[in-house]
Design a protein around this ligand. Sequence first.
Ligand code: ADP
Length: 450
Amino acid sequence: MTYFERVLVANRGEIAIRVMRACREMGIETVAIYSEPDKHSLHVKYADESFLVGEAHPSKSYLNQERIIDIAKKSGAEAIHPGYGFLAENSGFAHRCDEEGLTFIGPSWKSIEAMGSKLGSKHMMEEAGVPVLPYTPDGVTTLDEAKRISADIGYPVIVKASAGGGGIGMQIVEDEAGLEEAIEKGMRIAASAFGDSTVFIEKYLVKPRHIEFQVLADQHGNRVHLYDRECSIQRRHQKLVEEAPCPIMTDELRERMAESALKVTEASGYYNAGTVEFLYANGEYYFMEMNTRLQVEHTVTEMVTGIDLVRQQIAVAAGEELSFAQDDITLNGHAIECRINAEDPLNNFQADPGKIVRYRSPGGPGIRVDSGIHMGYSIPPMYDSMISKLCGWGRTRTESIERMRRAIFEYVILGVKTTLPLHHAIMNNRHFIAGDTHTHFLQEEHVKEN
Ligand code: ADP
């Protein structure tokens, strides 16, 4: 069955190729867009047809909505897959696609809009009976009120941008003396990064785990979850290592969290793939936010469930019903993903763009590599520093760690600094091996390059 004849992929790098792979398997032609520095990128070569979208700066290229819509129409594409980042969670763009008769491969623009506000989504979830951390329900209005509520909540607290993402603008506040400055700074960053200065205050958990559930729903009211992922190993509040399933998950906890995740999906009338993120500490979990897109770490879920999430996204967007029910989805083994970033892990993860002078990709049993790079490729400085995702599957968590260690040994990327040596250290860290991680793991363990 052909769902669409042609799909435009409004992204670059590994995720553009990931989406095109699914399209190719489904017999769907693909259209790539590329900015000037991406002219020779792999995603351009992979596509059936490609179009220059604009200059290097994202606002002129991968965020240039009208130009992308024009290219879609000119090329005869019927649908647009946004990948992650760029326009993936831009409700205005999803709405524009609707207006132009193009299918946006993702949730409805209304769901994106509703979930785009962390405050709004917390209200919605609280009403649906999903646990949330104590917070300022109206955001921060006056300093006096912020002080009063923070004292009630109890320090430390965290100031967050309601429209935030990518860990940007979050400020941890230890006591009342630091509150005013954190609010002002948070508002300033929020206004410039997201065009919306609304911030709110939430209880700060000192060493939580980040646990998330993958959900998938069709446009006919069927919804399932595809189990959990543990994403606690982070730098600057951004994930670096993810695994499925979460190593400390019990049947009882999974049942409760999955029920909450599906409640979130139902309460928001959500369809397509999505991720419900929770913080977990001391046996309790709290809804943090819903990401209304395909996640970077969808790969580990695919490895343990055998379900291709991009193919499912395309089928759902074409109006198909899910072809399986919850009971048909089983967990098989364990998978780990390491994000390979062109960054210096010994120098505060500073980006290290440049030319790759040697490249050899790992392989063998249980290994999956999703990357957009090759020998001689020049990593442009103006985009995401993540250049590859290395994933390993094993029948057990131990086997997946052993395979990751072996694949990290095989992986050769020379010419730029990468997070590979750090991943080697993490895969050999005794706390990681014991599954004993939290969101401050990297700071606390002082995991160094070996
Ligand atoms: P963003 O949308 O900017 O990525 P999130 O709300 O998803 O931000 O949070 C990202 C990370 O920040 C979490 O995984 C966690 O490590 C940390 N974090 C966020 N809120 C809290 C909190 N209330 N307490 C402790 N850590 C938090």
